[in-house]
Design a protein around this ligand. Structure first.
Ligand code: TXA
Ligand code: MG
Length: 311
């Protein structure tokens, strides 16, 4: 049985092991940042390349101090105050206390305070925890404890903290020399960040695919059964035949909410649930969108889909 209690998870983390822990966004595969063995296990378990750096999760601002080389200025503190604990990861210059294994040799470190009591309990007992999403590299992030069990089998103990509220990974904001850049969009949007900082939206740049922004690889978050995006699901089989010789006999149109918060919360779970059925294609019928949380969902859909047939 792979489901473990939080106290068992804390014991394992203190003994150089990695465990699955719930956050408000997606489940993480956590290990102590002071354990080289645990950090290596994270990469090995996920089949993750060492060039893709990890996010450090802290339980409070006190834990953050030794991780960054700058003393966060007032402007950065505004972000902490508005969004932490919560789904915003901030990339700051790193201190020499942070191992190169975590940052893949970059001179910056990604940090957040997650909004889940069980994760916070573990981080406050053990110290800062590195935690990527608890899935094999390039695959759909887990939003339920059972997803993590399915992903890694009995090898990894997982704490069940219920379904993730947010359902997509945190917004990643880098702050370097007074420049703000969104490396990965999420529930917390550019407008919300601009408002808190008291600057215009145009002062915050978005990274584009092709930028060297990790997590922005073209194919990421992919379900087991290939996904197609379309404006019109009923023509999917004929439309797809124009692009590939793949014959579609049994496809499933996913039913997702018109409310972006619910769409985000349930999307990955549907990818996983429906991939257990013998479909040869999953289909999402949805227009492209660049507005608010829809833009973040669009970012994930484009990377999760094998075919985008929308106009
Ligand atoms: O919501 C989340 O952020 C979840 C939960 C578990 O907290 N974590 C997550 O981790 O999504 P992961 O490893 O799957 O994605 C983190 C992304 C990666 O694409 C990584 O390349 C990027 O953050 N990242 C980490 N450190 C970075 C850095 N110093 N500069 C730029 N990007 C960084
Ligand atoms: Mg991930």
């Amino acid at each position: 049985m792979s489901i473990i209690s939080i106290s068992e998870a804390i014991l394992r983390l203190k003994a150089d092991k990695v465990v699955g822990l719930p956050t408000e966004t997606v489940y993480g595969l956590a290990g102590s940042i002071s354990s080289q063995v645990a950090l290596e296990t994270i990469f090995k378990t996920k089949d993750r390349p060492f060039f893709d750096p990890l996010i450090i999760h802290v339980s409070c601002l006190e834990q953050l101090k030794s991780l960054t080389s700058i003393y966060p200025e007032d402007i950065i503190k505004k972000l902490f105050k508005a969004f932490w604990p919560g789904p915003l990861t901030i990339v700051l210059p790193k201190s020499d206390q942070v191992s190169d294994l975590i940052t893949s040799g970059l001179n910056t470190v990604a940090i957040r305070i997650p909004d889940h009591p069980l994760f916070l309990e573990a981080a406050s007992e053990v110290g800062p925890l590195a935690a990527p999403s608890a899935n094999k590299f390039g695959k759909t992030s887990p939003t339920k404890a059972s997803h993590v069990v399915d992903e890694f089998g009995g090898n990894i103990g997982v704490v069940d903290g219920g379904d993730c509220e947010v359902g997509i990974e945190s917004t990643i904001l880098s702050i370097e020399k007074g420049n703000f850049k969104i490396l990965r969009p999420g529930l917390i949007t550019k407008s919300e960040i601009a408002k808190v900082l008291g600057v215009g939206k145009d002062k915050i740049i978005s990274s584009h695919s092709g930028d060297n922004a990790p997590g922005q690889l073209k194919y990421h978050y992919q379900p087991e059964v290939p996904l197609a995006l379309t404006d019109n699901a009923k023509d999917i089989a004929t439309d797809l035949l124009k692009l590939t010789d793949k014959k579609i006999t049994n496809y499933k149109v996913l039913e997702l909410s018109d409310n972006p918060l619910i769409f985000a919360r349930t999307m990955y779970a549907q990818f996983r649930e429906e991939s257990k059925n013998p479909y040869d294609l999953l289909v999402i019928e949805k227009n492209k969108s660049t507005e608010g949380v829809w833009a973040s969902i669009e970012n994930r859909l484009q990377r999760a889909a094998t075919w985008d047939l929308r106009h």
